[in-house]
Design a protein around this ligand. Structure first.
Ligand code: SF4
Length: 333
């Protein structure tokens, strides 16, 4: 792993057992993440888009070490050394990766004043010699995200959703992370504050030299934040490309349908993307290409053979329309 490479994900699988009966026998698995390969370079933000249930959140939680993988590997590079974050790792490595969740209220303890929530992580790390230095630092961070210093002494219920998400952002950046996974951080906010929070995140990313793994339903936000976009379907990445190219010339039929479902992409309208028809259950993943039950271009091979993620036209695409064999066939005919 070179120093530029921050994250190397190889054949990552996360299966959740379905248990039934009085002895809770395992009767099947929810295949939330099912063979994901991804590389993220330092400073290169990646946005992940897909419908609900595509496995985006599970992927994000597994990356930060909240979920242990069933198979494969997530290697995180910290100063040239590789770590798996679901294992025990040094506190400075652990804190260099943060996650910001969709619902800022559930991620703040309602019984603690903001200062008490924020200082926990700093105290573990012993980042300050005196309490006064720490309070001053937290006050400065609150101001950086557009809040007042005195808010440190208030409780979460005294804030609006947008303010609470700003506080969650302060908590994440206070430990000076390198990498942040953001799971639809604006989707529970009022339309009027979504764009403000997105702009704040963008500014902080530049100023603090952060790398984002940004999970979103919103293609406009995905493009605004990420240099690259990965499209996820039923636990797999089906296409990755530079944001501009992915939006202007999508290859995978699912990416095309996903983009056509967005009439006019706007940052301040974080709505769930809907493609025609229901996605199959991750318990019974279709054979071959898992999109074949909804794909308007499905061929015989699609029902039988799972397409690999291959390089095509500057993108990586998992679709038989772009596999080498298929390209040769088309060239011959
Ligand atoms: Fe459609 Fe076949 Fe491509 Fe899957 S592999 S997206 S079914 S054309």
């Amino acid at each position: 792993m070179n120093n530029e490479e921050l994250l190397n994900i190889k054949d990552l699988k996360v299966y959740f057992p379905i248990r039934k009966g009085i002895f809770l026998q395992t009767v099947g698995y929810i295949k939330a993440v099912d063979g994901v390969d991804l590389q993220i370079k330092s400073g290169e933000n990646l946005s992940v888009v897909g419908e609900s249930g595509s496995g985006k959140t599970t992927l994000g939680k597994t990356i930060v070490g909240l979920i242990k993988p069933t198979g494969g590997k997530v290697a995180y590079n910290y100063n040239g050394k590789s770590f798996e974050l679901f294992r025990s790792v040094p506190i400075n490595v652990r804190q260099s990766v943060q996650m910001i969740f969709q619902d800022p209220f559930s991620s703040l303890n309602p019984r603690l004043k903001i200062v008490d929530t924020l200082k926990e992580a700093l105290e573990i790390r012993k980042m300050f010699r005196t309490k006064r230095e720490m309070i001053d630092y937290l006050g400065t961070l609150l101001e950086k995200v557009g809040l007042k210093r005195e808010y440190l002494y208030r409780y979460p219920h005294e804030f609006s959703g947008g303010q609470r998400q700003r506080i969650s952002i302060v908590r994440a950046i206070s430990v000076k992370p390198k990498f942040i996974v953001l799971d639809e951080p604006t989707s529970s906010l009022d339309v009027s504050v979504q764009a403000q929070v997105i702009n704040l995140l963008k500014e902080l990313q530049r100023e603090l030299n952060l790398t984002y793994f940004f999970i979103t339903h919103n293609v406009a936000i995905a493009k605004y934040i990420g240099q690259k976009i990965a499209v996820m379907y039923l636990g797999k990445i089906v296409e990755i490309n530079d944001s501009e190219n992915l939006i202007n010339s999508p290859f995978h039929p699912y990416t095309r349908l996903l983009l056509s479902a967005v009439v006019e992409p706007k940052i301040e309208h974080e709505k769930e993307i809907k493609v025609g028809g229901e996605p199959p259950s991750p318990v019974n993943v279709p054979s071959g290409c898992r999109f074949h039950t909804r794909c308007p271009f499905a061929m015989k091979i699609c029902e039988e053979v799972e397409p690999d993620l291959v390089e095509y036209g500057g993108a990586f695409v998992a679709c038989h329309l772009y596999s080498k064999e298929r390209t040769k066939q088309i060239e011959k005919s």
